[in-house]
Design a protein around this ligand. Structure first.
Ligand code: ADP
Ligand code: MG
Length: 316
């Protein structure tokens, strides 16, 4: 029996998505009609996840869906934007009802958790790929180019778990079922740092989410702000799972591994105590300094220059 067609897929799996704030017209017409909030700017971002590049093609469909939405929510967090709406462009090699059910359940459950509405999309046949576009509203956007000399550099939480998890997620390497489960959580269910972002909105000078690796993503703030970064590697918070799975290699994963989706942000010295008072759990890892010839990130471990063996992830 052939699986559901394009219109059945939209109707049976996606069109019942709850329609929240500002949705004048959701799924079903040529466009969604959306009412932007009266204040602030709209923030939008899009990310594509390609099978066998960003996740194994045979991965659990619910996990793929939740990750696709979470990585986009992380971009909103990095901008200090509140999630409102998202669209989904789904390319499927075949129409498999079980896969679609798991995917839609994972997606819509995550959407409820973060109070964001699915308002449209596109459904086509081809190699498995998932594109999510998010739209949010930003009252106090956190850009990459706002950092100043002397600002402290912070990370919102422990790093390295997702990179340490990757071999298990890809089914390489032996592990007990507990570790395998923790690895799946770390890789497929990153926690977009929306609360931390909202808390630091009036305090931080710049922010970026850590998708490609701490040192690589901090480099974006440096280049955008025209500054260099001195990083104390001994202060970088390393995830317990990274220590457990990678041992001595954990610090390297925390510094250069991607996919954790914590925030890296900068705070002017005069606001450091205000940040402390918020008790967000963020950890200071260094300081911004004047760029020499060009902006750069200088990691040091107990005063000695520290070099990564593997640089941050690059697509090309
Ligand atoms: P069009 O031909 O005008 O692009 P479609 O037939 O692709 O319209 O889509 C019909 C409606 O269903 C549109 O409102 C579209 O946004 C929505 N839609 C299509 N695919 C999805 C999907 N995967 N998830 C959510 N909405 C979808
Ligand atoms: Mg279409």
């Amino acid at each position: 029996m052939p699986g559901p067609g394009e219109f059945e897929i939209i109707r049976d799996y996606f069109s019942a998505a709850p329609q929240g704030e500002g949705v004048a017209l959701g799924i079903g017409d040529d466009c969604a009609l959306l009412q932007p909030p009266p204040q602030g700017l709209l923030a939008t971002s899009v990310d594509t996840l390609v099978a066998d590049r960003h996740f194994p093609a045979d991965a659990d469909a619910g996990l793929i869906a939740t990750r696709a939405l979470r990585v986009n929510l992380s971009d909103l967090a990095a901008m200090n934007a509140r999630p409102l709406w998202f669209t989904l462009a789904l390319t499927l090699p075949e129409s498999d009802p079980d896969w679609l059910r798991a995917f839609a359940d994972g997606l819509l459950q995550t959407a409820r958790e973060y109070d964001i509405s699915l308002v449209g999309g596109d459904t086509t046949r081809g190699p498995l790929s998932i594109t999510v576009q998010v739209i949010g509203t930003a009252q106090r956007p956190l850009r990459r180019d706002g950092a100043g000399i002397g600002d402290g550099i912070y990370v919102s939480g422990p790093l390295g778990a997702a990179a340490a998890a990757l071999p298990l997620v890809l089914n390489r390497g032996a592990a007990d079922s507990g570790d395998r489960q923790r690895a799946e959580q770390a890789y497929y269910r990153p926690q977009p740092q929306l609360q931390t972002a909202a808390a630091i909105g009036g305090i931080a000078s710049a922010a970026v989410d850590i998708s490609d690796g701490l040192l690589a993503d901090l480099g974006h703030i440096c280049r955008a702000s025209g500054l260099s970064a001195e990083v104390r590697m001994e202060s970088v918070p390393v995830a317990t799972l990274a220590r457990r799975l990678a041992g001595d290699g954990a610090l390297e994963l925390a510094a250069t591994g991607g996919d954790d989706y914590q925030l890296c942000f900068t705070v002017p010295e005069r606001r450091a105590s205000a940040l402390e008072a918020l008790a967000t759990g963020a950890v200071r890892i260094g300081t911004l300094v004047a760029a020499g010839e060009e902006p750069a990130v200088y990691p040091r471990l107990r005063g000695e220059p520290w070099r990564a063996r593997i640089p941050g992830y690059r697509h090309f």
